[in-house]
Design a protein around this ligand. Structure first.
Ligand code: NAI
Length: 703
């Protein structure tokens, strides 16, 4: 017996290596574990009469979660990183060359380096347990598989299926893995050991490998893996990657280069190329930023509780207001076995709401997150009402009606009388102060903000907003609920706009000021797309809705004053011209065609402004636009930190990436700010302040 690995004998000629890392929920492949593994392989090689070697995990839900990201993040030079990859490859080659029949027995998550280990075995046996999943998610950390994954996977399943797994980091189910030939058998967890014994008894290694060779050489796989097939498949995939990321993320493009230019040499030569490419990527700033983000989210998951949660779990909940957000919240919650009741003003509104919930469940079905049977069950578990009967049985009630302080306050006070003293009352308001809404409540300790982002099914972030009276136990329950439904909660203190909208709305507003200064719609949006934003700010305003942006902007201006003064043209376009953005067909863009085109008709209605004439230095316009838009966000973020709205910079990074799509390769807003440097933040802000005024007042955070 060694530290993390246990070698056991199954019968006279079958052995098992069990992975069981002490003091850890997961098995990860760090240097020490890999060395232990290598030593056991050597031992097996030298034992007489070994016919089969099974590789298993003793962890209940995880087989091997991957290589140790901490060790990868420490690699500063391409040479060190390539060397590290080669060490792993050498050990997996050792496994691959054993004379006995090697079987990966996978029950639980088999990811990254774990899958690369499994690919180096002769045979893969998986269970159909819901926790069993397989994938190579390295691109999500800004790197590529470096322990042979880019080589062994296409050789086994063909290039076509490998592309989605390697360049998108797609995780697949055991059923899919069986279908595409990634695994050889899929069984119930309860019969795993008897199947292992059967494999040991029945499978003849020579026969099996001959058959495998035939399977791998099928016409379709040979074609896909040929030089021509590779060039063609990679060309289409490259186009898709560039359309999606504008080529700003290096990992998928590097993976494509490797996949295109390997596969027709010896395995060893191709592995060397993989290690070199891995080395170059792992040492880049982009990869380090993405790995840091992984650490930040892990840290967030391990945060210390403020108190014991007020509820063990949320079983029954109601959503009041079944519009875009309410239906989204309901559709996502019901998928986590929560009974949801939606309340709206009338049956017409509820019919729409039912359609929206069905859309959410349909999407989950299409992406195979739920089965068709679950789809039916969840539709049945969502019920609809126009009154508040039965609300006293609810564990949680989320209000998602119109964004109006007066209306919301009245509805919340009314609802408080219909629920039990234990029910948690929450609002999904995007801007209104929680303390303001709590003013007339009898139990403010049970009230808080649970702010989802649109579209709920897609956006991972939820802001948990604590009012001054919210009890810590209620905050903890809200955190557990949002985690249960698969979201990432970030706790923020109360202020108008909370964290994300308080930072994002000034950015959107500033884009309209830039328009007034004479910049064109396409140039402003293009500048931010090339920065890495998923959408330009004016296009985003159209998506949000000019009405919503106007009302939210008013709330922020009322509270924060001239610093957040709304661009006059935004008011004009909404109030005078009645433009609503995408939902009305027109805004900054014309949405009548499939690809929205800038709405040039608005230029004549814009309120001219002079800021641009004071443009400092000779900054190219794209860079100037990026600085103007980023600095309003950075300064507001600095104020949020100074006012303790959020605990630290990492939380802002996570919130902006998960709530607004801020480019992950930049590591988040505050990491971008650190890369820009305090001196530059100060000097640019000062120059903008001199020409533009109060909107660019430097936050004390950077003094
Ligand atoms: P929506 O207009 O799509 O839906 C509001 C629903 O509330 C409508 O179906 C309406 O009939 C219903 N309603 C109004 N008064 C009601 C009452 N007294 N009882 C029951 N139902 C009532 O609005 P949306 O976009 O879903 O927004 C709802 C809330 O979520 C707002 O506070 C908004 O600020 C917030 N929010 C909106 C986001 C967005 O992007 N749309 C993002 C995050 C938060």
């Amino acid at each position: 017996m060694t530290g993390s690995l246990h070698l056991n004998q199954l019968n006279d000629h079958a052995w098992v290596i069990d992975f069981d890392q002490p003091d850890s929920k997961a098995n990860v492949l760090n240097q020490k574990v890999l060395e232990e593994f290598d030593a056991l392989l050597e031992k097996i090689k030298n034992l007489k009469g070994v016919r089969s070697l099974f590789i298993r995990s003793k962890k209940p839900n995880i087989w091997i979660a991957g290589a140790d990201v901490n060790e990868i993040a420490e690699l500063d030079t391409p040479e060190d990183a390539a060397y590290k990859a080669k060490l792993g490859q050498k050990i997996f080659n050792h496994l691959n060359s054993l004379p006995c029949f090697t079987v990966a027995v996978i029950n639980g998550a088999c990811l990254g380096g774990g899958l690369e280990l499994a690919l180096s075995c002769d045979y893969r046996l998986v269970t159909n347990s819901p926790s069993t999943k397989m994938g190579l998610p390295e691109v999500k950390l800004g790197i590529i598989p470096g322990f042979g994954g880019t080589q062994r996977l296409p050789r086994l399943i063909g290039l076509k299926e490998s592309l989605a797994m390697i360049i998108e980091g797609r995780i697949i189910s055991p059923k899919k893995a069986l279908k595409i030939g990634l695994v050889d058998d899929c069984v119930e967890p309860s019969i795993l050991e008897s199947v292992m014994l059967e494999i040991d008894k029945k499978v003849d290694r020579e026969d099996y490998l001959n058959n495998l060779y035939k399977k791998r050489s099928s016409f379709s796989k040979t074609l896909q893996n040929s030089r021509f097939g590779r060039a063609l498949l990679c060309m289409f995939a490259r186009k898709r990657v560039i359309a999606r990321t504008r080529g700003l993320y290096r990992a998928p493009l590097t993976a494509l280069d490797i996949l295109q230019h390997t596969g027709y040499h010896t395995l060893q030569k191709d592995l060397d190329m993989e290690a070199q490419a891995f080395g170059k990527l792992a040492a880049t700033a982009g990869a380090h930023h993405m790995m840091d983000l992984f650490f930040k989210t892990e840290k967030l998951k391990k945060r210390k509780r403020l108190a014991e949660p007020s509820h063990d779990t949320i079983k029954n909940m109601a959503v009041v207001g079944g519009g875009v957000m309410g239906a989204g919240i309901a559709g996502v919650s019901v998928q986590s076995q929560i009974h949801v009741r939606i309340c709206d003003l009338n049956w017409e509104a509820l019919a729409k709401s039912r359609g929206l919930v069905t859309n959410v469940l349909n999407k989950a079905c299409k992406t195979r997150r739920i089965t068709k049977e679950m789809f039916e069950l969840f539709r049945y578990q969502t019920t609809y009402t126009t009154n508040h009967d039965g609300f006293q049985k609810m564990d949680l009630l989320i209000e998602a009606i119109v964004e109006d302080l007066g209306v919301k306050s009245k509805v919340l006070t009314d609802l408080e009388n219909k629920i039990s003293p234990d029910t948690i009352l929450a609002t999904n308001t995007s801007t209104i102060s929680i303390d303001e809404l709590a003013k007339n409540l009898k139990r403010p300790e049970n009230f808080l903000g649970i702010h989802f982002f649109n579209p709920v099914i897609k956006m991972p972030l939820v802001e948990i907003i604590a009012g001054k009276d919210t009890s810590p136990a209620v905050i903890e329950t809200a955190i557990n609920y949002t985690r249960k439904i698969g979201k990432t909660p970030v706790v923020v203190n109360n202020c108008p706009g909370f964290l994300v909208n308080r930072i994002l709305l000034p950015y959107l507003n500033e884009a309209v000021y830039l328009l007034e200064e004479g910049f064109e719609i396409k140039d402003i949006d293009e500048a931010m797309l090339s920065f890495g934003m998923p959408m330009g700010p004016l296009r985003l305003l159209d998506e949000v809705g000019l009405d919503v942006a106007y009302h939210a902007g008013q709330i922020l201006e009322d509270h924060y004053g001239l610093r957040m003064a709304m661009a006059p043209s935004l008011q004009k376009l909404y109030l005078d011209l009645g433009l609503l953005g995408k939902k009305g067909g027109k805004g900054f863009y014309n949405h009548s065609s499939r690809k929205p085109v800038p709405n040039s008709a608005i230029y004549s209605y814009l309120q001219p402004s002079e800021g641009n004439q004071m443009r400092p230095g000779k900054l190219p316009s794209k860079i100037y636009l990026q600085h103007r838009l980023m600095l309003v966000m950075l300064n507001e973020a600095g104020r949020c930190l100074k006012e303790n709205i959020v605990s630290d910079e990492d939380m802002i990074d996570i919130a902006m990436i998960m709530g607004t799509g801020f480019p992950a390769f930049r590591g988040g807003l505050m990491t971008y700010g650190r890369d820009l440097g305090n001196e530059r933040i100060k000097s640019f802000t000062q120059q903008f302040y001199e020409s533009i005024g109060i909107r660019y007042k430097l936050s004390d955070y950077y003094h």
